[in-house]
Design a protein around this ligand. Sequence first.
Ligand code: F6P
Length: 340
Amino acid sequence: MKIGILTSGGDCPGLNAVIRGAVIKGDSIYGHEFLGIKDGFKGLVLDKISKLPRKQVRGLAKQGGTILGTSRIGPFEHGGSERVKEVMAKHGMDAVIAIGGEGTLTVARMLHEDGIPIVGVPKTIDNDLSATDYTFGFDTAVSIATESIDRLRTTAESHHRCMVVEVMGRHVGWIALHAGLASGAHAVLIPEVPVTIEQIAGWVKATVTRGRAPVVCVAEGFTLKGDQDVVAKGGVDGMGRPRLGGIGEQLTPLIEELTGIETRCTTLGHLQRGGVPTAYDRVLATRFGIAAVDAVTKKKWGTMVALRGTDIQSVHLSDATHEVKSVPYARWEEAAILFG
Ligand code: F6P
């Protein structure tokens, strides 16, 4: 078979490990050939496609980013399914492996419904895809955020300051929850659980009373309970994110005003998506790549590979995209006993 691979949407540590896993298994066990599609679905419709031989994936497991490039542009802006079929026929491409998050997998489902042979691989640092227990990239993002908070804590202690650390997560708070727990943050603020500024100030003051420098870990999608104004002030961008200064920047003066404690803000942003994947993410991504090529070989069109417990399974793309996996209240409550 001749298989096209693309990476689409925001990048994520581990994308290259998926590509490597798929190409090595496909080449050595099944004798498949691979084509690299540039910049996601955009490259599929604009015909930016070239051979992806095994030698090109050598040593890729540890390399961040994606050798194929990525974009958020879908195929429907440039001719849609008919154009995809035309380009695939031109290259003799029998199937596509699409590696991406919710948007990418939704597009993959639509292409599948139009008769295109496609298999999905889930990726997101946010870990918000419902059909898989974990996505690669999440562990790396949590590790980076945890190390950053550990570092911020020492400078906070020296200056007797409060540190607000904003992490990614525009819909869900998985990164904030895990990094906050791992680093011992004194408050974890997530989109799923709005709290008031008075509650946050209470945790900050209680921490100071115990002689510690408070760390507040906030997910970018958090909003204050009963006060949407704090987000509305700067407006939101095309993806619904605060435009002028993120939520961390907006909370910082409010915390300082209510507690009288000097407060600084650090927004980690795309640092969380850059650089080498952790060992856990390399292993998961490699297993996903291998499983994706198995699924293609078995013609399991319209499915996505997923981690269930310790097994890699195939699930329908429609199951993968129908709901966001939020942090359950009980998980936040469990962490909340450590606040203040
Ligand atoms: O990959 C998901 C995510 O990291 C979100 O948490 C964040 O809001 C978004 O991507 C940032 O994307 P962009 O690359 O468009 O700035």
